[in-house]
Design a protein around this ligand. Structure first.
Ligand SMILES: [Zn+2]
Length: 295
């Protein structure tokens, strides 16, 4: 089995015919690894934009790609796509987070009118894989590629990032450093109907306590200091999409705010709990008032 690690650069392009923004791909970069994880082939292609002839300033600054370069490449999306399909073959497509595969699907739909990429057989989200392999547990933030590479002691130059090929190569290096045959199996998705449903599903925080995704049995807090079950003193209220209530630990004579988020994902609900000292909340409030007074 071969692994193809893909990275894309894209431009926020306004389509006058569809009256909406499209993430138009302007560069493909990929490396192909054999079963022993040796790099056996490389792919690097610019794409001449067809939707917008102007590059977003953020994209231009980040990638240092110019519109002239893109125009001179004389490479349409369909042309690059057919080359990439050959490059991919029956291999496993991999990318860092699912944003690139979503953008690939978006361009495929825009230019070919197909919702599904029939040439795609298997897919791995390497961000999810690497997070698990490295033991990353922060559920409120995703691990960035640069952060992962740094943690693994992989050298890279800041100015070489944000070009498709370099990013693909660095992603492949992270994968190689964290490769575990058995673990990888859990992360290989067959690209069937469920895969597309899963990919396009957007996670959201549940804001209604009556939602079946809210498990009331989980709505408790233990004291941070002594570990005992704390008593809830107030009703639950909703703020910033998290349910909040004041809790008290009888033993420590301490009040704190318990915050709980129920995040609806494709096939499960993720529960994120956080206890915040009331003093900290008070201080922040005071700080905000002082700032307002100064204004
Ligand atoms: Zn306590």
């Amino acid at each position: 089995m071969e692994y193809i690690v893909l990275d894309l650069e894209f431009n926020a392009a306004y389509s006058k015919t569809r009256h909406r923004f499209v993430n138009e791909i302007i560069e493909f970069g990929a490396v192909k690894l054999d079963e022993q994880l040796n790099i056996i082939d490389k792919f690097s292609e610019l794409v001449t934009p067809q939707i917008s002839k102007k590059l977003n300033t953020h994209v231009a600054a980040l990638t240092h790609i110019t519109i002239d370069e893109l125009n001179q490449s004389h490479n349409s999306f369909s042309h690059v796509m057919s080359k990439f399909r050959k490059f991919l073959g029956d291999g496993v497509l991999m990318s860092w987070s699912n944003s690139d595969i979503l953008v690939l699907a978006e361009n495929y739909r825009y230019f070919f009118g197909n919702d599904k990429m029939s040439f795609l057989k298997y897919y791995v989200n390497l961000q999810k894989y690497c997070q698990r392999a490295i033991g990353y547990t922060d559920r409120s933030h995703q691990m960035g590629l640069a952060a992962c590479a740094e943690q693994l002691g992989l050298g890279f130059e800041d100015n070489s990032l944000h070009r498709a090929y370099n990013d693909a190569e660095l992603t492949a290096e992270c994968f190689k450093a964290l490769y575990e045959k058995e673990l990888l199996k859990e992360f290989i998705f067959v690209c069937n109907d469920e895969f597309y449903a899963r990919m396009s599903f957007k996670n959201y925080n549940i804001c209604d306590l009556r939602d079946p995704g809210v498990d009331r049995r989980e709505m408790y807090f233990n004291c941070d200091k002594c570990g005992r079950r704390a008593f809830r003193r107030t009703k639950w209220r909703l703020k910033n999409k998290s349910f909040r209530a004041v809790f008290r630990c009888i033993r420590c004579r301490r009040d704190f705010e318990g915050r709980i988020v129920f995040k609806r994902c494709f096939d499960h609900v993720e529960i994120i709990k956080k206890a915040v000292d009331l003093e900290v909340i008070e201080k922040n409030k005071q700080y905000k008032t002082v700032k307002k007074e100064k204004v």
